[in-house]
Structure formats: C-alpha cells, structure tokens
Design a protein around this ligand. Structure first.
Ligand code: AMP
Ligand code: MG
Length: 518
C-alpha cells in the first residue's frame, strides 16, 4: 500500500479558484479570494494517538504509520503534491452576521484522488493563519479527540459526516479558559486530520455576497457545481435553483438523521453548515441523554438556547435562508429559491415522521396515517414528561411485547403513577398498531435495532476517555473507537458502553456542558 508521499495528489481548489496573493499568516481581511496559501506551524514532539484504518482505505493509504506520516499529520512537513491553504469564509454566528471568519486553525494540506473521489486532507489545530482572529490556531486534546470520535461514530451510525484520519498529540501545551471564568489552564495540544470531499460551508458563499464581490462568488459557485453537483452544471450552464434545492434536501435529511440518533450539534452557525449536507465542525456538540427538546450542550448557548436539540430543524432552515440570500445575486428570479426554502418544512417533517416510525419498527401506511400521528404525538408527550434515556428507550422497546417493567432501565427517575398509566396505555396502543401491520416481534426488533443505536459516544464516556488519555492511558481511545464501529449490534462484554449517564456526570463540565473554548 502507498505511503503518504505516494498518494495521488491534486490541487483543484487552489488551481481553479482565486487565491490571496500573500503567503504569510499575518491577520488580515482577505478580499477577492477563496483561500490563502499558508504552511502549518511545526510542533515539538508529535505522538500519534489514532490512525483510522477505514479512512486510510478511503485514501488508499497504508494503515501502518511511518515516521514521515506522523510528521505530516502533525503539520511538521508536507510532501510533494500538497498545496496547503486556509479557506476564507464568513458566517452568521448566533443569528448575527460576523464578517470574515475563515480557517483560523484549519489548514488543508492537499487533495487526494482515490477510486474516483477526491478527498481533502485538513489539519485542525495546525497553527495560525490569516483568519486566526484573536486566537492561537491551536486545538486541545479534549476537543480534537471529541472531533475524531464523533465523526467516526456518525459515519458508522450512517449519518452524513466529514471523517477523521488521525489524532496526534503535539507535545506542546495550549492555554484555554474552559468555562470562560478567568481560570485559564495549560492543556495538551493536538491536531486532528479531517477528511471530506470538501469543507465548503454556507459561509464560504456569504462572505463574497457580503462584500458585493459577485465575480468571486460566481467562480466559487461554478467550482462547487462542476465538482460536486455536475448534474446542475451541464454544458457550462449553472442551474443554481436546482443546486439550492438539492442542498436544502440534503440538509433536511442530515438534520432528521441527527434527530434519529440524538445528536445536538451545539453551534449551527452558517460557517458550520456544509454545502454537501455533511455534519461538520464538531465542537461543543452533545448526545441526548434524557429526551429533552430544550437541551443544548454549548455553555455559550445556555441563555438563548438557539441551538437546542428541538430547534435544530428550524435553525437549519434559517441557515438555508442565508445561503439563498448569498446565492441571490446570481439568479434573475428569486421565486424558485423561495419555493425551495418553503419546501424545507415539508421535506424535513416527512423525513422526521418516517424516521420516528422506523424507530418504532413501523413502515407507515397511508390508511393508518391518523393512527400513526396519534401514536407519535403520545410518545413524544411521554418522553418529554418522564425522564427517559433516548437511546435505551428505543432499544428496550424493541423487546418482544414490551411492558413498563421491561423499560425500567431507561428511566432516570421512576415514573409517577400517572406517568406509568400513560406509558401503559401507550404500550397497549403500540401493540395494537403492530398487530394492524401484522408485524411479528422478531421482525419488529430487527427493524428497530437497525435504526436505534445501542452505542453512541455518550458525553460522559468520551469525557472518561479524554481523562484517561490525558493521564497517559493509551488503551481507552482505541477501545471506544472499536465499540462505535458497530453501533447497532450488541457486543458481549461491552455492556458498560451502553449504560445511561451515571449520576456523577449529570452536571460535570465536559459531560453536560461543553465550551467553544477548544
Ligand atoms: P468554530 O466555533 O470552531 O466554528 O470557529 C469559528 C471561527 O473561529 C472560525 O473562523 C475558526 O477558525 C476560528 N477559531 C476557533 N478556534 C480558533 C483557534 N484556536 N485559533 C484560531 N482560530 C480559531
Ligand atoms: Mg467552524
């Protein structure tokens, strides 16, 4: 198998798009450009903590790490064919236009062509760029490990996502104020290598429109369509409304998949929304424990709760509206963009409804639509009212003829008499509904277990792995990654990974609340 120097590199982004003429990493506004060429900054003592074999395979890279590979993944060297750059983009953060953001600590090393697909290799935490604003361009171990674990977990769960190739400790400390309370600490620094066909975001387009730079916008949109949506760029003619419609549909699907597995992104700013409908920028994300539509893992979001679990579908639509505004200068008629934006609600709800029925093992038949609606509404009310663990609830419900007792393990607090009665009524309705579909228990269970994960990177589990890794324990991270490879299959001996949140983790930082300070 080829090593890192032998992969098939290309440089489409740098070659085809306008770039910043300057090559230094001084902070600046970068105009009329989609990127700045900039080199990663060297680190002291790289130590490879993880190399993901599935992602090596995507790239056609040998899974046995060489010293040279570790140096490349740490940002200490590049190999011929690589053309490192940081992308220029803007974004709406928490609903407000924030101007130029850009890759402040991400540097794309280059693009690799393998089996007909092109993959960007991007280091996160590789040092300052022109877009680093007031920060250091570095990342800490905890946030880097969280990004690696979650992107791979999402992939194995079947949720559209960017991937992660590697995690390297830099051997250099990084100063962070975890809770923004004036107590900065030195933490181990790390670099993740992320992999995706593209890291273009809604904000990549917004920045040019915000500057009235139609020429650069046009080039970037042409690039995007020709590379990633070629069916909307036939014979050189760009069908921007059709492109927008497809991005809308991909985004609706992605968010409905988040809701299926209980993922809360935590910082759905428009600079964190992929143009390919992939989950990107794993920061202060979290996994739903008890079913709480109002939960947000991000402490920066604790007061407004803009990015709470239940708001994700609407936020995605708001973000799509910003993308539509960014594309508007390139279309003569805004109506098709408006129609797609309006169609989002129907698109999302039909995915979501179907997804929730699948979580119950039901196929959903036209003539049973009203019954299904009532069943789902009543289930939602029960889950909101009682404190049940979201993943465990659906796994336990898959048992043959489930009773209240069979669900006991899913409760964080014992249900009251009234709650218990409501659940029992619902279980009877559910059993009746299954009979109408002639659904045998074994078939129901197989369907449910295929969409309801048993193993997700629970907030407290990942925090335990972070702490173990910080202590020098090198076994916990690969063990967790391995469990998450088969999230739907019970793995004997690994029951502890499926347990609901222990009491100590209820309010612990890193478990229940996360910081952007990464
Ligand atoms: P995020 O919240 O991670 O999406 O980041 C928002 C913006 O802040 C992006 O432009 C990032 O590149 C930038 N940023 C975040 N952390 C750092 C850092 N440690 N150094 C430089 N830029 C950063
Ligand atoms: Mg970001």
């Amino acid at each position: 198998m080829p090593d890192i120097a032998q992969l098939a590199y290309t440089d489409r982004f740098v070659r085809d798009l306008p770039g910043d003429p300057r090559r230094d990493n001084t902070l600046r506004q970068v105009l009329r450009a989609c990127y700045s060429q900039v080199e990663p900054t060297r680190v002291a003592r790289p130590e490879l903590l993880a190399l993901v074999p599935e992602v090596c395979d995507l790239l056609g890279l040998d899974t046995a790490p060489t010293t040279e590979l570790v140096e490349v993944l740490a940002g200490n060297r590049t190999v011929p064919g690589m053309t490192p750059y940081a992308a220029c983009y803007g974004g709406h953060q928490f609903g407000t236009w924030a101007g130029q953001l850009g890759d402040g600590r991400a540097i794309t090393l280059g693009e690799v062509v393998q089996a007909g697909t092109t993959w960007e290799l991007q280091l996160k935490g590789a040092g300052p760029t022109p877009y680093s604003r007031r920060a250091d361009g570095r990342a800490v171990l905890r946030s880097s490990l969280r990004e690696l674990v979650c992107s791979e977990a999402m992939f194995h769960l079947g949720v559209p996502t960017t991937r992660a190739l590697s995690l390297v400790l830099t051997g250099e400390p990084v100063e962070r104020d975890l809770l923004y309370d004036g107590h900065p600490k030195l933490e181990p620094g790390a670099v993740v290598c992320r992999v995706a066909p593209s890291f273009l975001r809604f904000g990549s387009y917004e920045i040019h429109t915000s500057r009235d730079d139609k020429a650069t916008l046009e080039r970037l949109v042409r690039f995007t369509l020709e590379r990633f949506y070629p069916h909307h760029a036939r014979d050189g003619a760009l069908d921007i409304p059709a492109f927008f419609d497809e991005v809308m549909r991909k985004t609706a699907w992605m968010v409905s998949e988040w809701m299926r597995v209980g993922f809360v992104h935590g910082v759905m700013n428009t600079d964190n929304m992929s143009i390919l409908g992939l989950t990107i920028d794993y920061g202060p994300y979290g996994w739903l424990e008890s079913f709480d539509l109002d939960w947000t893992p991000n402490i920066t979001d604790a007061s407004g709760r803009r990015y709470r679990f239940g708001a994700q579908p609407q936020v995605a639509q708001w973000n799509l509206a910003q993308l539509a505004r960014a594309l508007a200068p390139l279309v003569d008629d805004l109506d098709p963009l408006r129609r797609s934006l309006d169609a989002y609600a129907t698109e999302f709800s039909s995915h979501y409804r179907h997804t929730m029925l699948r979580k119950l093992g039901l196929a959903g038949r036209g003539e049973l639509a009203t019954l299904d609606e009532d069943l789902l509404t009543a289930l939602g009310a029960i889950m909101v009212d009682t404190e049940v663990d979201f993943p465990l609830w659906f796994r336990l419900l898959a048992q043959p003829a489930p009773t209240l007792d069979a669900l006991a393990e899913a409760f964080y607090a014992d249900p009251s008499r009234v709650q218990a009665a409501a659940i029992e009524r619902w279980l009877a309705d559910y059993a009746h509904r299954c009979r109408l579909e002639d659904l045998p228990d074994a078939e129901r269970r197989a369907r449910m277990d295929a969409v309801n994960p048993l193993y997700v990177p629970r907030n407290y589990l990942v925090q335990e792995v972070i702490e173990a890794t910080e202590r020098g324990d090198r076994a916990e991270l690969p063990a967790l990654l391995d469990v998450l490879r088969r999230p739907y299959t019970a793995q004997p001996g690994r029951e502890r990974y499926a347990r609901k949140r222990p009491e100590w983790a209820r309010t612990k930082p890193g478990c229940s609340m996360l910081s952007c300070s990464s």
